[in-house]
Design a protein around this ligand. Structure first.
Ligand SMILES: Nc1ncnc2c1ncn2[C@@H]1O[C@H](COP(=O)(O)OP(=O)(O)OP(=O)(O)O)[C@@H](O)[C@H]1O
Ligand SMILES: [Mg+2]
Length: 461
């Protein structure tokens, strides 16, 4: 145990006694101060932090018990040893109840106080270690919390339904869940929401991407192996089933799971027992499976790429997340959320969002769904140097069927961009005609289109 120099305050109205104790403790290498009245005591406490107070319970002017209560409240990390006289047993009991760590009865021997202080010292040391570990632990958990993105933004009916279903799934820990939706629609977030809202949230969330595991290692990755069961198995190893025990096994891109493994997975789910590769012991496992795919599973079943029996096991509850283009109401809240998110992350002031931008985004197809919007916003936030985020800051590719409506523009550049778009639109994207209409040369139109990232598109796109 590394020795810390305890700082001690002695509060006792008997000056001689206090001084003698001080001297004794100083020799023992404590940093000691004395006070003879409650007033002096509190003054001293205000001046510097103490680890320990030795408090005489019988003081003139103020009850020692009252002082004890106050200092425990004001300086909770300081311990208090009380000194009592004969016949003070009731007071001693009360003092211990009020948080004193020990008591000494006058007259006492030096060895008594020494032992008492050593006990306190040990306690303080352990307590501080404990607090340090606790702090580290909470730091780690806040760090993890930060990494676990659990904000699922959206106001559309379909997103509200998704969240309701996720809530239901969280309540039923034995229910396997299948989450479907195009790439970037947020399947993994929903899986995490379910896990972390469930009673199992303190157990592992083990995410496995079936397509990322190499075929030859698949079985041992899932089932684990015992040392020596194959070349390279130098140690015993837990597989995903064991790692996820008590929690959630998230099987991402389930359609990529090889057909033979699907049968083994099914058996493990049904029996809740597994054997490690090369092992003989049966290990009982218990986990919930949340599977995700961006494929149309029924089609895969028809083409015999996916087992029907496994499918039935997995989709007790199916949650489908529709593509972003089908829920334009979610664009604005998502945009605001990401703008805010990246302004914090990039340490930039929060820009205004131009209304025209929201409209243009609603017209955009978003093949990469929310992930694409998020990346767009990140890029725009990096390059945007104005107070307002507008279409110019976004690289929008093909748009959906509808026309981009042109609203009131807020600044000159936007006006310019809008005029160009309007002209192009009216001329069916014929550049020569549009340039004429705008009263500028064709080259100059092309330059401006480049500047504003306007790509030539046909209305039917
Ligand atoms: N509704 C939403 N609210 C906030 N962020 C979202 C939302 N949907 C998706 N995202 C974000 O989009 C990104 C992609 O989400 P996620 O990885 O969950 O998608 P996915 O459906 O698993 O995609 P893939 O099929 O490609 O694996 C993540 O950064 C996620 O934070
Ligand atoms: Mg995913």
């Amino acid at each position: 145990m590394s020795k810390m120099k305890l700082r001690v305050l002695i509060l006792d109205d008997e000056t001689d006694f206090a001084d003698e104790l001080k001297e004794f403790l100083q020799v023992r290498d404590f940093e000691v101060y004395t006070a003879n009245t409650p007033g002096e005591g509190f003054e001293s406490l205000r001046r510097r932090p103490y680890d320990l107070m030795i408090l005489d319970i019988r003081l003139p002017g103020m009850s020692g018990l009252e002082i004890l209560k106050q200092v425990r409240k004001l300086y909770p990390s300081m311990e208090v040893i009380i000194i009592s006289g004969h016949g003070d047993m009731d007071t001693v009991i009360q003092a211990m109840r009020d948080g004193a760590i020990d008591y000494l009865r006058k007259p006492f021997r030096h060895i008594d106080i020494q032992l008492s202080i050593e006990r306190t010292e040990k306690y303080l040391h352990l307590y501080r270690q404990f607090r340090e570990i606790q702090d580290q632990h909470s730091l780690i958990s806040t760090e993890l919390e930060r990494l676990i993105d659990r904000n699922f933004i959206g106001e559309s009916r379909s997103i509200r339904q998704v969240l309701e279903l996720a809530n239901t799934a969280a309540k039923y820990a034995n229910t396997n869940v299948l989450i479907t939706g195009e790439s970037g629609t947020g399947k993994e977030i929903v899986a995490r929401i379910i896990h972390f809202a469930s009673e199992q949230h303190n157990h592992p969330f083990c995410a496995v991407n079936s397509s990322a595991v190499t075929d030859s290692l698949l079985e041992s990755e899932f089932f684990g192996h015992v040392k020596g069961s194959f070349t390279g198995a130098v140690n015993d190893k837990k597989g995903y089933f064991e790692i996820a025990n008590g929690g959630t096994l998230f099987l991402d891109e389930i359609a990529d799971m090889p057909f033979p493994l699907q049968a083994k997975l099914l058996r493990a789910i049904e029996e809740k027992k597994i054997k490690r590769v090369g092992g003989t012991d049966e290990i009982t496992v218990d986990f919930r499976i949340i599977a995700a795919t961006n494929h149309h599973v029924e089609t895969l079943i028809e083409s015999r790429q996916f087992r029907l029996d496994l499918f039935h096991r997995l989709n007790t509850l199916t949650i489908n997340i529709p593509p972003l283009r089908e829920r334009p109401e979610d664009i604005e809240p998502l945009l605001k959320y990401f703008v805010n998110y990246f302004s914090v992350r990039l340490n930039k002031s929060m820009p205004k969002i131009n209304a025209q931008l929201v409209e243009s985004l609603k017209d955009y197809d978003f093949p990469g769904n929310v992930r694409e919007l998020r990346n767009m916003v990140e890029r725009a936030m990096i390059f945007c140097n104005t107070q307002t985020l507008s279409t110019i800051d976004f690289k929008l590719g093909d748009k959906k069927g509808g026309k981009t409506s042109i609203n009131v523009a807020l600044n000159l550049e936007e006006q310019e961009q809008n005029l160009i778009l309007q002209a192009l639109n009216e001329c069916g994207y014929n550049q020569v005609m549009a340039a004429k209409m705008l009263g500028i040369s064709r080259d100059s139109l092309i330059r401006r289109m480049k500047k504003f990232n306007i790509k030539i598109m046909k209305e039917s796109d």
